[in-house]
Design a protein around this ligand. Structure first.
Ligand code: UDP
Length: 470
């Protein structure tokens, strides 16, 4: 293990949203363990998706060894963008002057900058100030492989994947992906969004290296394809380091802060509860919530379900009125075997609880890794961003989950919810799935051990970092 003297700081620069911040916090811990100082510079924007200053203060209190620095920035003025990704990239662009000012003040004690995947424009600031830059890719390595390949791939197919929804697309190192399962941002190659997304991704090649929240075993084919240059023909790829899985620890709060749903799980039999949670942003229509409720009730299985207000409701964080959202009498009828949490559950702790036997997830990459790290078979119900692509990887390549059918339609029916919950929780097929996830879990644990792939990959990255000093 390479140990470095704690002189200069590495600056970690996440984009918006807990899904990008949480793994950066775990990355910061890797640096600290190697004796390197880190600062997480967090953009504090009035725009949607910005993690609140209060939440950052709580995170800082829970991680006293990590320095957090808030960078206040004005609104990007694009609340009207239909896709969050465009807005996030704009916010990060607007944040460049604040980042520059902060870095100017911190020089010469800045070792390097580690940028989130949506922060490519910050490369210009780093270049101006002579700071070595790396990227941290907080999604699947396969997704990176696909995006890097797209500039050559796009001209070979119709301009919109929507014109060929069922066609299987073939990319090096990943399973065939139906066009309609490609990331929402990449569906129309001539759209501003796809162009902006690809431009950002292509700029990642300018960095000294790309850290990825994955591990070699999990995505070995994609890693091979990237390393052989199959994803970037005629272009050079910087070193790719799979240093994960970086997931939230199983215990994020003290005993006094223990969530009521964990107390409830304590009273349930081992592996008997299916957990339903759909990321930091996932919301369903009232009609869909009712189908889910009927499916859960008819499955006869125990469940722990995170419920939020439907999208037509103005606020994401307002408390949902469960009585009016869910079918009449549902809560009473399932009281003995169900627990509904409003808005937010301590997911990583829940997943590691022995009572959990299955996980219905939106396939956000952090959730997928948390499911794997906990050895819990998954029901894949993708909602937004690149989650449909992740679903393909989880079901076809990693074989850690089954797909919910009908997620492309307006409504997933109660019967389908019931079928998949039963499959995962109470069938031979579910048991086989569990065995496969348990293998993936063991491989995940192994990858992080001293001298194993993720540990070595991080050391290789640190060796490159040290070269900058000479
Ligand atoms: N999360 C949580 N409780 C919830 C919902 C989400 O703790 O009720 C956490 C989850 O454990 C994960 C993150 O929020 O670490 C969500 O990241 P992911 O990449 O899965 O999805 P995103 O929110 O970015 O779509």
């Amino acid at each position: 293990m390479a140990v470095m003297a704690a002189q200069k700081s590495v600056i970690l620069y996440p984009s918006l949203g807990v899904g990008h911040l949480n793994p950066m916090v775990e990355l910061a811990k890797l640096f600290l363990r190697r004796g390197l100082a880190v600062v997480i510079a967090v953009v504090d924007s009035p725009d949607k998706d910005s993690v609140s200053a209060d939440a950052i203060a709580r995170l800082a209190a829970a991680n006293p060894d990590i320095a957090f620095r808030l960078l206040p920035v004005p609104s990007c003025g694009r609340e009207d963008y239909p896709h969050a990704v465009m807005r996030i990239m704009d916010v990060m662009r607007v944040a460049n002057p604040a980042l520059r000012e902060f870095l100017m003040g911190a020089l010469p004690d800045v070792e390097a900058l580690v940028l989130d995947m949506f922060c490519a424009d910050a490369l210009d600031v780093a270049a101006e100030l002579g700071i070595p830059s790396y990227f941290f890719f907080a999604s699947a390595l396969s997704y990176l492989a696909i995006m890097l390949r797209l500039p050559e791939y796009y001209p070979t197919v119709p301009s919109s994947f929507k014109d060929m929804p069922e066609t299987a697309l073939h990319f090096p190192g990943v399973p065939p992906i139906r066009a309609l399962d490609m990331a929402a941002t990449l569906q129309d190659r001539d759209s501003d969004m796809a162009k902006a997304r690809l431009a950002q991704c292509t700029r990642m090649l300018e960095a000294r290296g790309i850290l990825v929240n994955s591990f070699d075993w999990l995505e070995s084919r994609a890693l091979e394809a990237l390393r052989c240059g199959l994803c970037t023909p005629g272009r050079s790829t910087p070193p790719v380091h799979c240093i994960g899985p970086l997931v939230l620890p199983g215990n994020t709060g003290g005993i006094s802060e223990r969530h009521a749903c964990l107390e409830w799980l304590d009273t349930q039999p081992d592996r008997s509860v299916v957990f339903l949670s759909f990321g930091s942003l996932g919301r369903f229509s009232t009609a869909q919530l009712r189908e889910m409720a009927r499916g859960l009730e008819n499955s006869g299985q125990r469940f722990l379900w995170v419920v939020r207000n439907p999208p037509e409701h103005q606020s994401n964080s307002a408390e949902p009125d469960l009585g009016s959202l869910l079918p009449e009498g549902f809560l009473e009828r399932t009281r003995e075997r169900g627990f509904v949490v409003k808005n937010w559950a301590p997911q990583s702790e829940v997943l590691r609880h022995p009572s959990i036997g299955g996980f219905a997830t939106h396939c956000g990459w952090n959730s997928a890794l948390e499911g794997i790290a906990s050895g819990v078979p998954m029901i894949c119900w993708p909602l937004y961003a690149e989650q449909r692509m992740n679903k393909v990887l989880m079901v076809e390549e990693m074989k850690v989950g089954v797909a919910m059918e009908g997620y492309e339609e307006e409504l997933v029916k109660a019967e389908e919810v019931e079928t998949k919950v039963r499959l995962v929780m109470a069938s031979d097929e579910g048991e086989e799935l569990r065995q496969k996830v348990m293998v993936a879990k063991e491989m995940a644990v192994d990858a992080l051990k001293t001298g194993a792939s993720s540990d070595v990959a991080f050391d290789e990255f640190l060796t490159d970092l040290q070269k900058n000093r000479t």
